[in-house]
Every structure is written in C-alpha cells, then in structure tokens.
Design a protein around this ligand. Structure first.
Ligand code: SF4
Length: 460
C-alpha cells in the first residue's frame, strides 16, 4: 500500500478519532539497529502522521508505542521484552495504550511475541510497514481483533515505497532495494527482510529530486546489498550515474556493498562522477581466511577480496575504505584469526566495525558444532581493535594540512562550533554558526584524531 492508498477514514483531515483512541494520539517509536531500521521508523512515523497521529518524545505521552527492533546483534528478543516490561505501569494507567513490535524482531518472532508478553498488542513485519495505520485503527475498533499480527512477506509485489521522511535535514537516506539473496551462514537478514527487490530507477530519481527541493544536499542510497540492484538491464552503477547526472543533489553515498558483486564498472562510475559520488566505500570482508569465508558462504576468497581492493585503489587513488569483521566464527582457529589481522594491516582501513560472532536463529552457522568459546572471542576482538587503532591513528594523520569540503549539518551557536562530514565521511569540527548548515565549506584540517578532525575554515 502506498501513502495515497491509506483508507479515507485515516487520511489527513478526515475524522481524526477512531473509536477509543485517546484524542492526543501520540506515537512513540523506539528504534534499535541499522540505518535501514532508522529509515523504517521514519517511514512509520510519517505514515502515522498522515493518519493524524502526533510524534511524541516520551512514552508517557503516547497512545501508541512501537518498538522497531533489530535482530542482527545479541539478545534482541530479550531486549524487546525488557523494554515492554518498562511500559507495564503506563499500560495500567492508560487503557488506550497500544504497544507494537516491528522490524526484524517482529518479522522473526511474529505471534510468539504476544504469547510470551501479553502487554504487546500488535506485531508487524518488514514488508508490512505501510499497513501500520490500518493495523492500529482496527485495534481501536469496538469489535476489533484485540491483538494483531501482520508479518507476511510480499515476495510477488513490486517494491514501490516512496521515501517518507519528516525532517530530512541536509543529508538523508533513500531506500533503493530491500532484502538479500546471499544467505551468508551467520546472517538473519534473508529471513527477516526477505528476498532482494529493487525500486524502479525512475522512482529513486523522483525521490531525490523531491528531497533536493526540500533542502537536502546529500543522499545515501540504502540497501542490504546495493551491488545487486537491478531495474531491467540497469544495474547499481547505472543508478548512481543517473542520480549524479539527472538530479541536482550535491553528494551521493551508498551502503552496503558486497565484495563478490563489487565490479570495475562501479569504480569507473565513481571516478567519472567524483564531483558528486563520495569516494568512500564500506566493503565488509568479515574474515581474512579463505576457509572461514567458505564456511560463512561469502562467495569470495581472501585473494579475491584483495584483488577487488587493488582494483578500487587503482581506479580511485584517494578512496577511503571501511569494513565489517566477525571474530570467533565457529571453527575459527588462532591462525585463521591472524589472517584477519594481517588483512586489516594490509588494506589499511580508515574505519573498522568488528563484532564477536553470536548465533542467530534460522542461520546455518548457529547449528555448527565447533562454536568458539567466549573468552577466545573477546581476546581476539581486543587484539583486532588494538591492531587497527595503532594503524588508524597513523592513517588519519595524512589529513593534517589538507583542505576538505565539509557539508555542515550541525551548529551550536552558543559555543560557535559547527560540524559536518567531509566527502571521505570524516567528522570535521570547526568554528562557524547555524548559517553554515547545509553549506559545503572548505576546511583546513589542523589536528586529526581517528574519530574527529579539527580544522579552520578556509576564507576564499
Ligand atoms: S550479504 Fe549481507 S545482508 Fe546478505 S546475507 Fe550476507 S551479511 Fe546478510
């Protein structure tokens, strides 16, 4: 269902009060997880606003509380139950309060959530976000279902979801696809987000043009595996080129890439449009050992990954690389872990996100018998972070003295400090005012730290 298809009884300016809803109609959304979840929460809130609900900052002020929860990290379901437990008192005080669970946890657990925690009134999945206003409206009907679960994948339906964002600011996300067909053996995403589906290229362009009119300067094209984007015979590189040449957006980023699908055409496209496409690539490698990669079902070897990095660095000499790594995958030996450390050292990533392996339901790796014990995982994580930190400090020193173009997105007029991101995705701080927000400002870096660069505005 698109926003135009919201039932008339819920549309803006229609009768604002379905039976039993408190007139204040506040909605509170609690979000855990990745950018995709943050983007989904924004969509939920926009849809609820169109149905005459009001966003609130405190659960105490809400008639509807939604927990949009990620199941990629540890103990997600327990986290949901403990958050719902915090609302017990509110539920007692306010008989109109309805509590829902969404996101990957909703998709994964479905009715189990309501069975195990009766304070939960409704659950909806990752393909059912657009049904949210209708689900909530039915809950408030006198002869309504009382509880609701809507978590069916819509495999056969096209993925037509226009970007809904209330306050996009200067930089925002645009979904270009959903789901994943890769089935890495550790990952729950194919089970919670379903199969890959891409949005039509023209829809993405229309969204970006609208966002530009609303003052957006930078978009991040978002998908679990953007390199698999397809619209007829057009691929992700074609989409990037189209956004760069057929819209007035000033900066384009994207995430996330899969090494097996990252190709030369994409590098060439980035090089050709480097005035707009940021030379920053997040390319998760997960393990530096080929046997571990095979057990992860990643579809590439250590050597394949290194060849891709070489190709990227050749085509984009100033590229900034970041990555994701899992330590302590089932069966990983010390020697295999050392291959991961050596790959980090060889590639010289500016940013690294490292995690201890933890089993996820439905996944193949959760059934592997040779799980690594917790102490070994912890020790490997610490050693990997240490190895990277030593290197990261040296890498960022190269920025000292350089002039970077910073898109300002925050300002504290009281202190005169402003901050923003450079094309390299560096967080840069310098002196300015709120008048700088949305501007691209040249800044000379005076001092570089791994997580922040401090600089001075270059006067023209
Ligand atoms: S490619 Fe990414 S999202 Fe897809 S299964 Fe692998 S880790 Fe999960």
């Amino acid at each position: 269902m698109t926003q135009c298809e919201i039932p008339p009884s819920l549309a803006l300016n229609s009768d604002p009060t379905p039976t039993g809803v408190r007139p204040d109609r506040g909605v509170f959304i609690s979000t855990y997880g990745c950018q995709m979840n943050v983007n989904d929460s924004e969509r939920m809130m926009s849809l609820m606003e169109m149905a005459n609900f009001t966003p609130v900052d405190r659960p105490e002020d809400a008639s509807v509380i939604i927990i949009n929860a990620c199941s990629v990290r540890e103990k997600p379901v327990q986290k949901v139950y403990s958050e719902v437990g915090l609302y017990r008192k509110l539920k007692k005080e306010n008989p109109f309060l309805r509590i829902g669970v969404a996101g990957c946890v909703g998709q994964q657990e479905k009715e189990n959530l309501i069975k195990n925690q009766p304070l939960i009134d409704f659950v909806f999945g990752t393909d059912n976000i657009d049904e949210l206003p209708l689900i909530v409206a039915r809950l408030y009907e006198e002869d309504g279902p009382g509880k609701a679960v809507e978590a069916r994948f819509k495999h056969r339906e096209p993925y037509h979801v226009e970007t809904l964002v209330r306050n996009p600011g200067v930089s925002t996300f645009v979904n270009i696809m959903k789901g994943c067909d890769n089935f890495c053996s550790f990952c729950i995403v194919p089970f919670t987000r379903g199969r890959e589906k891409s949005r039509p290229l023209q829809h993405v362009l229309t969204d970006v043009r609208h966002l530009v009119k609303r003052g957006v300067r930078e978009v991040t094209l978002l998908g679990q595996n953007v390199n698999s984007y397809r619209d007829d015979d057009m691929d992700f590189a074609d989409l990037l080129a189209a956004v760069a040449t057929q819209t007035d957006i000033q900066r384009i980023r994207y995430t996330t890439s899969h090494p097996k699908d990252f190709n030369e055409k994409l590098v060439e496209t980035m090089a050709k449009h480097q005035n707009k496409i940021c030379e920053y690539i997040h390319l998760p490698f997960q393990s530096g050992n080929t046997d571990v990669l095979a057990r992860m079902n990643r579809g590439y070897s250590r050597e394949d990954y290194l060849r891709k990095i070489e190709m990227i660095k050749k085509g984009l000499p100033d590229v900034v690389l970041s990555t994701d790594i899992i330590v302590g995958f089932p069966g990983e030996t010390e020697e295999q872990f050392n291959d991961t450390v050596s790959l980090v050292e060889e590639v010289a990533f500016e940013t690294m996100f490292a995690f201890k392996y933890s089993p996820r339901p439905f996944t193949k790796a959760a059934r592997f018998e040779d799980q690594v014990d917790e102490d070994a995982k912890q020790s490997r994580l610490v050693r990997l972070i240490e190895a990277h930190e030593t290197q990261a400090f040296e890498i960022v020193k190269k920025y000292e003295g350089q002039v970077l173009e910073v898109l300002v997105d925050r300002a504290e007029d009281a202190t005169g400090k402003v901050s923003g991101r450079s094309t390299q995705n560096k967080n840069v701080h310098f002196l300015g005012s709120s008048a700088d927000i949305g501007k691209l400002v040249p800044v000379r870096v005076m001092k570089a730290f791994p997580n922040v660069l401090r600089g001075e505005r270059v006067m023209s």
